[in-house]
Design a protein around this ligand. Structure first.
Ligand SMILES: *[C@@H]1O[C@H](CO)[C@@H](O)[C@H](O)[C@H]1NC(C)=O
Ligand SMILES: *[C@@H]1O[C@H](CO)[C@@H](O)[C@H](O)[C@H]1NC(C)=O
Ligand SMILES: *[C@@H]1O[C@H](CO)[C@@H](O)[C@H](O)[C@H]1NC(C)=O
Ligand SMILES: *[C@@H]1O[C@H](CO)[C@@H](O)[C@H](O)[C@H]1NC(C)=O
Ligand SMILES: *[C@@H]1O[C@H](CO)[C@@H](O)[C@H](O)[C@H]1NC(C)=O
Ligand SMILES: *[C@@H]1O[C@H](CO)[C@@H](O)[C@H](O)[C@H]1NC(C)=O
Length: 231
């Protein structure tokens, strides 16, 4: 009876532990939504996109979960009129589809800011700021109403132009945000430059959360066992 009780306590603890980590994850992911005051306005470009995509607004973000298992992802981000001068990191927003940076006195955008922003497909920038990755990374670039619009992110891996992407053997080129690409291992290959062949190590995929759960379980199991022995 005692052991059963101990285990249920352990399971409950692990459950709470995981909930806590998920909550923390969600909190840091959505920090960018409160980067400046105000909310996404209904009439704005991001607001209209959000209602069309059946998303939910949260501060300056439009968030949506694809299905019931996935956590909510930021699909729209309206940072218009936010007094941004230097844009470095939009942590947590790499799933964004639409980004509005208009009416900001931007002087510099760090080159790597949009690395990994694979889904970014519509950007509104102050007219004097160039589209990330250059015109070559977008289907259409235009200046309209004092803003620069970057529309339709191009797949840099599939350009018949002057750029030819060379990925090492056994790896494939994959888009990795405007102007960026990534060489990812072909099926059945992994490791540095994909020279080794085999299954991808499952543990790495599970990540820190699974590892922490395992550590917690082992610790709890050990302490419970010691208590049981002492009785
Ligand atoms: C924006 O739209 C939402 C839902 O459609 C509505 O509840 C809200 O009142 C609207 N806000 C404004 C300022 O129009
Ligand atoms: C939703 O899931 C589908 C298929 O799994 C994927 O193609 C799509 O990009 C996802 N959308 C978002 C917003 O994550
Ligand atoms: C930008 O923000 C300032 C103050 O935060 C406000 O006075 C101004 O009307 C805003 N401009 C626009 C175009 O929304
Ligand atoms: C913008 O940032 C880059 C490095 O990220 C730097 O080399 C460049 O001088 C900066 N330009 C301005 C105008 O601050
Ligand atoms: C990119 O496109 C814009 C709009 O069409 C144009 O004004 C600009 O000169 C182009 N820039 C380059 C480097 O080609
Ligand atoms: C690559 O580009 C060609 C023409 O530009 C297009 O027909 C083809 O579907 C593209 N392939 C991929 C994988 O995007």
């Amino acid at each position: 009876m005692k052991a059963v009780c101990g285990w249920s306590k352990a399971v409950a603890l692990i459950f709470i532990f995981n909930l806590y980590f998920n909550a923390c994850y969600q909190l840091t992911e959505l920090q960018v939504c409160s980067m400046c005051g105000g909310t996404v306005l209904n009439g704005s470009t991001v607001g209209q996109f959000c209602s069309l995509s059946a998303g939910r607004t949260e501060g300056r973000c439009c968030v949506k979960n694809n299905n019931t298992i996935d956590p909510e992802r930021i699909i729209g981000l309206d940072l218009s009129n936010c007094s941004i001068t230097h844009l470095e990191d939009l942590h947590g927003a790499s799933s964004v589809f639409m980004l509005d940076l208009s009416l900001n006195p931007i002087v510099n955008i760090t080159d790597t800011t949009f690395q990994g922003f694979n889904k970014l497909n519509y950007m509104i920038l102050p007219h004097d700021i160039l589209c990330p990755g250059g015109n070559i990374s977008w289907e259409k670039v235009e200046v309209k109403d004092g803003n620069r619009l970057c529309e339709g992110q191009k797949n840099i891996c599939n350009q018949t132009g002057q750029l030819s992407i060379d990925c090492p053997e056994n790896s494939l080129c994959a888009p990795y945000g405007p102007g960026f690409f990534q060489c990812s291992c072909a099926d059945g290959y992994h490791g540095y430059k994909c020279l080794r062949e085999g299954e991808f190590p499952v543990l790495q995929v599970f990540g820190a959360l699974a590892a922490s759960t395992v550590v917690m379980s082992v610790l709890l199991w050990a302490t419970q066992r010691r208590k049981a022995k002492r009785l």
